[in-house]
Design a protein around this ligand. Sequence first.
Ligand code: NAD
Length: 470
Amino acid sequence: MQSFPMLINGELVQGNRSLNVINPATEEVFQQITCADESQFEQAIGAAKAAFPQWQTVDMQTRRDNLNKLADAIEAQTGVFAELLTQEQGKPLAESTAEVGFSCAFIRYFAQSELPIETYQDDETSKIELHRKPLGVVAGVVPWNFPLMIGCFKLAPAVLAGNTFILKPPATTPLCVLKLADICQQIFPKGVVNIITDNNDLGHILSAHPDVAKVAFTGSTPTGKKIMSAASGTLKRLTLELGGNDAGIVLPDVDPKKIAPAIFATAFMNCGQVCIALKRLYVHEDIYDALVLELSELANNASVGNGLEEGVTFGPIQNKAQFIKVQEYLADAKENGVIAAGGEVLDGPGFFMRPTIVRDVTDGCKVVDEEPFGPILPVIKYKTIDDAVERANNSVFGLGGSVWSNDLDKAYDVAKRLECGTSWINQHLNFGPTVPFGGAKESGIGVEFAQEGLLEYTQVHVINIAKQTF
Ligand code: NAD
């Protein structure tokens, strides 16, 4: 057992409560750690508030240097972070290593970003400037599917813009985020970055607190709604990156054999536990059987097991509650469709399920209309493109969507009609620090990444000067 202290006001501290972290591949408690109680949430908020007046005056270059040091320190321990991530989250080691690399890439992207003063008017009579000021204390609240990367892509723009920050990982995957505590302690002045964890029960303190100016949240839509409601009392700024039920539409002109691996990878990465995974696949009737067959073959060839073992391509589902939830979607799939591949939960220990392809299923049942957030892909037959687009858009979610075709013009026309934050063509799930990312409808509010994402951590401040003397 290691100690995973939190970081509050520049001090590495143990929490006043205890928390067991379970390895989802073994179901064993592999770390017993501590977590914060309400008084420690208050201390972290107080520390961030106290550090803000000084931090907002620190020059950009110093903030950049701090972020680059953070990326360098994480990168130097890539192997340690990756192994820990696989143990707590379950994903195969190669995916964990990629997540560590992505975390560093996001930090470095924001470390080179600018917040220039924009001049709107400058003539003989007046000068009008738009400045971007920090908001104050920002809280980053993170889910369990990519805890390290999501933590890093909130921390970096927040502190670069001059805010102070509180990072809160989820209770089932707190370790990689807590491992940032001693790194951040050595880099940032006290109180600028605080890292606290809970038992998934104290996040509401951050959303309601008058001294927190913004919550940058990634997680489920129901929790996003609770945060929005709690934040209304103080008109807090919010970025909400929420659930999705992304549709992919496959036109009849593609070769099922050639396209199946790309579709399979984007539906099943991280065991399907990705907000922007492809979660409903609409396939034209001409190639339906052939594509289902190809996808099923890929599912049958998947190697399911402990992510630390070589050759494993599918780890466990991250936690027991989610494992139970996914089995409910599996039962619904069996009732409303035909299992073409997978469909089995493996004998324990471990929350394992084989990747599952569901055929002869259509809209109007849970497994198609809702977000299973697990290794299960319903494949739906369509006749006309208008029908496919209508069904794809018939969702409360609107995170991403994709169109697959050899005719790029035709695909582009379809992509434009999708009601979502990102439409991909001949790919899905492709994201990175330089491309703005956000959801439509109940998939979220606001944008992350790129300059648009950075600006969401700032307050517009106009200085309007009349060039006259009295
Ligand atoms: P969740 O909403 O249960 O929890 C996310 C975080 O919110 C955790 O840290 C939790 O402790 C905290 N939390 C819980 N209740 C809170 C409250 N009342 N106030 C403040 N914080 C609170 O989500 P999850 O189960 O960890 O993640 C899975 C969900 O996240 C899926 O729906 C998935 O689609 C979504 N997700 C979305 C994105 C995106 O960018 N859109 C990315 C990853 C995951």
